[in-house]
Design a protein around this ligand. Structure first.
Ligand code: FAD
Length: 481
């Protein structure tokens, strides 16, 4: 017999609600705790999980397995047969292991909620108790509401309520109790042999090229220790300047913890706790950003239709989009002729990451300058981001395309030239990612073709004219608003 913890997007041993509770339950019942992570090729495809993210998850699992091994807690990792749903395999494994209880943290996306609701019933039929806990948000969805008891759809009042809630409920930031070590060595040897202390082979269509894998593992060290190191370094060296530097892509003034929050190698609670050691207030600019992540999760939990291919503002679904494969391809490959857009899209392809300001510029450009359905951009991001996270990505795209909750008004159309001049004045970021423009002057680099840069043959002309595109977007959005 045993107690099982099922890892999902919570790949850490510390400050993990369900894992901690499972460990306590194991101690109370004198049973071993064993843990499991299941890859489903079908789910990865359905959720457009990027290869970079799969690789990051695998590397995080490797490090998690070592951490857990020190506590004699085995971790089973499996690729589930493409024809089977994860839930079927999980049920079979728990039956085989004679589990009495299984614990997991909740995911708020519709498919995941449906899966877990069904699992509660199926486990109950097998007399196995399935416990699902809130963990991923600092404040769990449903805890803050307007005076009328409704879900907020505007961030600022929501954030006020969020901060008040956290101040009044100290437990929301408290770290979850540490794990107890498994003790019965003979039983543990049995599990170790069963799981054969190695990672399973990854199906080749999910594998990164070796050079990409090397580059990404250098850029994004995985696992809990790397997450804590990244967080501590940021808090110590950059947090105080964050407010002034965060929007400038060439400064590198942000934390880069999104990849860890997405894989769960770090808890959002730990991030806020660490910041509060340096900044006295919950309304600090950086904590406010971490709270955006909670906000979009609350939105998703309350309005699940945003998960079902529908915009939060349903009327936006009626907008007339362009169908232009050439434009979409130019956008994805960083060949639109707008240097700031191209630099950002090329950074994404190379690193799996893009700074927030650039995400806003390229998203607005796709939806408003190119009038291409923002869902195509949302999907492309998921397929390439190493920190791809459904609710933050969907929320960010909805915001920029004026289709989401608390979105930009439709007539706010970011001007890529002005954004470029304001946030990358000397073109340092552009030159890094668009080497064709390395020899431009600081003025030319933002618009090489119209500002007399002589060596433009390698760099494309702008694929749309800003003024014409702006007028078209205003007219189309007005009709749908
Ligand atoms: P920091 O600036 O250091 O912020 C700290 C943390 O706060 C981030 O790690 C993140 O968890 C959270 N955060 C910051 N800004 C936002 C925001 N606008 N919305 C939600 N959470 C935020 N973030 C993702 O984690 N995954 C995504 O798939 C994603 N897609 C996005 C798509 C678009 C179009 C836009 C505009 C934003 C998107 N974001 C996404 C939000 C944001 O761009 C990233 O979280 C941030 O750039 C990550 O870098 P960082 O960790 O250095 O952030």
């Amino acid at each position: 017999k045993c107690i099982v913890h099922w890892f999902k997007t919570d790949l850490r041993a510390s400050d993990n609600s369900a894992l901690s509770a499972a460990s306590q339950a194991a101690k109370d019942s004198s049973l071993p705790l064993i843990t499991v992570y299941l890859f489903s090729a079908k789910d990865l495809k359905a959720h457009r999980v990027s290869k970079a993210r799969i690789d990051f998850i695998l590397r995080s699992l490797s490090s998690l397995r070592q951490t857990l091994a020190e506590l004699h807690i085995p971790l089973c990792v499996e690729w589930v047969d493409e024809k089977l749903p994860v839930s079927t395999r999980l049920l079979d494994l728990c039956k085989e292991w004679q589990a009495t209880e299984i614990w997991a943290n909740m995911e708020y996306e519709v498919d995941e909620l449906r899966r877990d609701t069904k699992l509660i019933r199926s486990f109950a039929e097998k007399r196995i108790k399935f416990n699902v806990l809130h963990d991923t948000c600092v404040v769990q969805p449903g805890s803050v509401a307007t005076k009328e008891g409704k879900q907020y759809s505007v961030f600022t009042p929501w954030f006020r309520a969020w901060s008040e809630f956290v101040s009044g409920h100290h437990k929301s930031l408290q770290s979850r109790p540490s794990l107890h070590a498994n003790t019965d060595n003979e039983v543990l040897k049995y599990w170790d042999d069963l799981f054969e202390q190695k990672m399973p082979d990854i199906p080749s269509h999910h594998k990164l090229e070796v050079t990409d894998a090397d580059r990404l593992s250098g850029l994004w060290p995985a696992g809990e220790a790397a997450a804590n190191h990244t967080l501590e370094t940021f808090i110590k060296n950059k947090l105080r300047q964050y407010k002034n530097t965060r929007d400038f892509p060439f400064v590198n003034g942000t934390s880069h913890i999104s990849v860890h929050l997405a894989a769960g190698t770090l808890s959002a609670r730990s991030a806020v706790r660490a910041a509060l050691e340096v900044t006295p207030t919950l309304t600090d600019a950086w904590i406010r950003e971490v709270a955006w992540r909670d906000f979009y999760r609350h939105v998703l939990a309350h309005w699940p239709y945003v998960c079902m291919n529908k915009p939060f503002k349903l009327r936006i679904a009626d907008i007339e989009w362009e169908y232009n494969d050439e434009h979409f391809r130019a956008w994805t490959q960083g060949r639109t002729g707008y240097p700031i857009v191209d630099a950002a899209m090329r950074e994404l392809l190379s690193t799996g990451y893009m700074p927030n300001r650039c995400r806003m510029i390229v998203a607005s450009f796709l939806a408003k300058h190119l009038m291409l359905d923002w869902k195509m951009g949302e999907n492309w991001f998921m397929e390439h981001l190493i920190d791809g996270d459904f609710s933050s990505n969907n929320g960010g795209w909805g915001f920029c395309a004026s289709a989401g909750v608390d979105a930009q008004p439709y007539f706010r159309i970011l001007n890529p030239l002005l954004q470029s001049e304001k946030f990358d004045p000397d073109g340092i970021y552009i030159r890094k990612w668009v080497p064709e423009l390395a020899n431009c002057t600081s003025k030319q680099v933002h618009a090489p073709h119209s500002r007399g840069f002589s060596n433009t043959h390698e760099y494309p002309e702008p694929i749309v004219d800003h003024k014409v595109a702006r007028e078209r977007a205003l007219a189309r959005y007005k009709l749908a608003s």
